[in-house]
Design a protein around this ligand. Structure first.
Ligand SMILES: C[S@@+](CC[C@H](N)C(=O)[O-])C[C@H]1O[C@@H](n2cnc3c(N)ncnc32)[C@H](O)[C@@H]1O
Length: 241
């Protein structure tokens, strides 16, 4: 289930109730000694009587360790369920959007007999970033009228970003670029050169106490943390207030 991007107040009522009803609270970690982002977000809603179950998802590029981790996580959850325990699996942001728990869901679906699951959506970082900007006096509707909205990882190369920007401009598509992080050091000069910096919104650690959400033109071209994203709107519909 999704726990939102950072602020514990952004969990849904359904998410809080599911945590309260669970005997076991599972969550992804990149290392076994790490706390886990989703667990930190949900911490105010997890009681001392609930058992915590960190699930290791190594941050590696190779396929096999990742496959093994997803199936090991599914196996760990299935064991808890077969012991008659209720389990929740926490997931940062929304549970269906570039989410590690989606892989566990797919692994669970391969098991025989199938494991019954309920997926609870969460607020995505993209939605929370737009709302934060609007709350700070920079109205940032994600999409209006017939506008397409494309949520995707930041392209890996300047050439790929150029192509994407040209396509988005032609189609009136609003872009939400995730996994910005270190790529900002070349994305910023590229947007500056194309006069697009003042049409973009930068959002970092949305929902956390050190949240930074501001027009991209204000952000220096230094590398940024993994939990950063960019919204780019190159135009507006003709009919507006
Ligand atoms: C693997 S995706 C997870 C997306 C998440 N499931 C969601 O619905 O927002 C990770 C990327 O989402 C973005 N992201 C997630 N949480 C964020 C936050 N609190 N502030 C800014 N960006 C965030 C960043 O671009 C990060 O690189």
């Amino acid at each position: 289930m999704g726990v939102g991007p950072g602020d514990p107040q952004l969990l849904t009522v359904a998410a809080v109730q599911a945590i309260e009803a669970a005997a076991v609270v599972a969550y992804p970690v990149a290392r076994l000694d790490a706390e886990g982002m989703a667990a930190r977000i949900a911490a105010p809603w997890i009681g001392p009587q609930q058992r915590r179950l960190p699930l290791l998802f190594p941050m590696v590029a190779e396929a096999e360790p990742r496959r093994q981790a997803w199936h090991a996580a599914a196996e760990a959850l299935a064991q808890e369920l077969s012991a008659g325990l209720s389990v929740v699996l926490l997931c940062e942001g929304d549970s269906s959007l570039y989410a590690s728990c989606s892989y566990v869901l797919l692994a669970l679906a391969q098991r025989d007999p199938p494991v019954p699951v309920r997926v609870i959506p969460g607020i995505s970082a993209v939605s929370a970033a737009a709302a934060a900007a609007s709350s700070q006096g920079h109205p940032w509707p994600l999409a209006l009228q017939q506008e397409p909205l494309l949520i995707r990882p930041t392209p890996e190369t300047p050439a790929a970003l150029e192509t994407l920007l040209a396509q988005a401009s032609a189609a009136g598509t609003v872009l939400a670029l995730l996994k910005l992080g270190h790529r900002w050091s070349w994305v910023q000069p590229l947007l500056l050169a194309r006069g697009l910096l003042d049409q973009a919104l930068f959002a970092q650690r949305v929902g956390w106490p050190d949240q930074l959400v501001e027009p991209a033109v204000m952000v220096s071209p230094a590398e940024q943390p993994y939990f950063s994203l960019l919204l780019i709107r190159q135009g507006w519909p003709a009919v507006l207030p």
